[in-house]
Write a protein that binds this ligand. Structure first.
Ligand SMILES: Cc1ncc(COP(=O)(O)O)c(C=O)c1O
Length: 385
């Protein structure tokens, strides 16, 4: 740290230069985040000092948080859901499993607790396993990249405290057979957490019906991220529980604050993202999200139509705005797209594909130029597609 501070002008110009090195979303086809909506940004800026870690000081913001939980609970068929705003899917997943662990019977019945997750689960579950010392059992996927119900059943034993299902997998945008997993959870009297961090703001707004939420009696908690397809600011995640007892399972005493208990993983927490999320969900409403999602889906199908012209096909028919493409040498293709054309795309592991996410910042013009550039890279590889 310098002895004396820089001037406001120096700070601004330094920050501008740093921001100039950041990639613009206009070249990004790999991210599950996007530009937040201006209504969310405005609300965020208005609440920048608000700390939800000591919400007794910020009663108005806390009330907004309760309204966000109520609105998203209602969207996911449980208006009186319990929960709170997290920093995103990772924290929601950690806390959901921590609550399962805390409410499960300790002792002989649980030598070392385990959870069964799809092989397609986000890497945040590896962190869950490490932090909570819970065994992670990965169930295999079927040909459509949904978790195999048979594989899940085979992995359940007396130490299994819960199952995880994905509603919109990170790599493939696929939705697991959650109706069946709900029945299995009920039958075995264990929890079922649904990771809808991405799909939670997509599935309710598309025409195809996918049962994934609290309508299913076995679903005990859901992660849904406003900072992904919800168009809110970062960090905005939401964790919802069916029963208030599950939230109580996360309780910690906070003797020196204005409130005596906390249920969150972090202490100090952003009231700005609470305000941003409240603002955007109330500004857009279901109608606004339907419009956003249908725009992304139309572009997803436009992309597939253009890719077909150059002989490139998806591994599965996209369920949502995530596409995994069969191309030869995906790693090489990815790095050449980045180096030669400044495109950011990503890679899936198993199967090994080129992955694109068609977020609200993507336009038809971007797709046209991406397909042209991809074709050029593929032609120069000189291998059959
Ligand atoms: C399905 C799913 N769950 C969890 C996460 C983690 O979310 P975050 O990065 O907000 O912690 C992601 C991130 O892309 C995701 O796709």
């Amino acid at each position: 740290m310098n002895e004396t501070g820089l001037s406001g002008e120096e700070i601004r110009s330094f920050l501008e230069a740093s921001k100039g090195q950041d990639l613009k979303y206009e070249r990004v086809l790999s991210s599950m985040c996007t530009y937040p909506h201006r209504v969310a940004v405005e609300a965020h800026m208005g609440f920048i000092e608000s700390n939800m870690g000591d919400f007794g000081l910020f009663k108005g913001t806390y009330d907004l948080e309760k309204q966000v939980i109520g609105s998203l609970g209602q969207l996911l068929h449980l208006p009186n859901a319990s929960g709170y705003m997290t920093t995103g899917g990772t924290e929601s997943n950690i806390q959901a499993i921590r609550s399962m662990r805390n409410l499960s019977t300790p002792g002989a019945w649980c030598e070392r607790p385990n959870i069964v997750v799809p092989d397609s689960a986000h890497f945040s579950f590896d962190k869950v396993s490490d932090i909570l010392d819970i065994e992670l059992r990965k169930a295999s996927l079927d040909a459509n990249l949904k978790v195999s119900v048979k594989s899940v059943e085979a992995l359940i034993d007396k130490n299994t405290i819960g199952l995880v299902a994905i509603a919109g997998s990170t790599e493939f945008g696929q939705v697991d057979p959650i109706e069946r997993l709900s029945e299995i959870a009920l039958h075995n009297d264990i929890f079922l957490h649904v990771d809808a961090a991405f799909g939670g703001f997509v599935l309710p707004f598309i025409d195809d019906i996918h049962e994934f939420d609290f309508k299913l009696a076995g679903v005990s908690s859901i992660a849904i991220d406003p900072h992904k397809m919800g168009l809110s600011t970062i960090p905005s995640g939401v964790l919802l529980f069916r029963d208030s007892e599950q939230l109580e399972g996360l309780k910690a005493d906070t003797p020196y604050l204005t409130v005596s208990t906390q249920y969150t993983l972090t202490g100090t927490r952003s009231g700005a993202s609470v305000a941003a999320t409240w603002a955007i969900i109330n500004y857009l409403g279901k109608e606004g999200y339907r419009k956003t999602v249908s725009g992304c889906m139309e572009l997803t199908f436009y992309l597939l139509q253009e890719l077909e012209r150059i002989g490139v096909y998806p591994w599965i028919e996209p369920v949502m705005n995530v596409v995994a493409l069969k191309v030869p040498e995906p790693d090489l293709v990815r790095s050449r797209l980045a180096k030669e054309f400044n495109w950011q795309v990503s890679i899936t592991q198993n199967p090994h594909c080129l992955r694109l996410v068609i977020m609200p910042h993507v336009t038809a013009g971007m797709i046209d130029s991406f397909v042209r550039d991809l074709n050029e890279v593929l032609m120069s590889l000189n291998v059959p597609i």
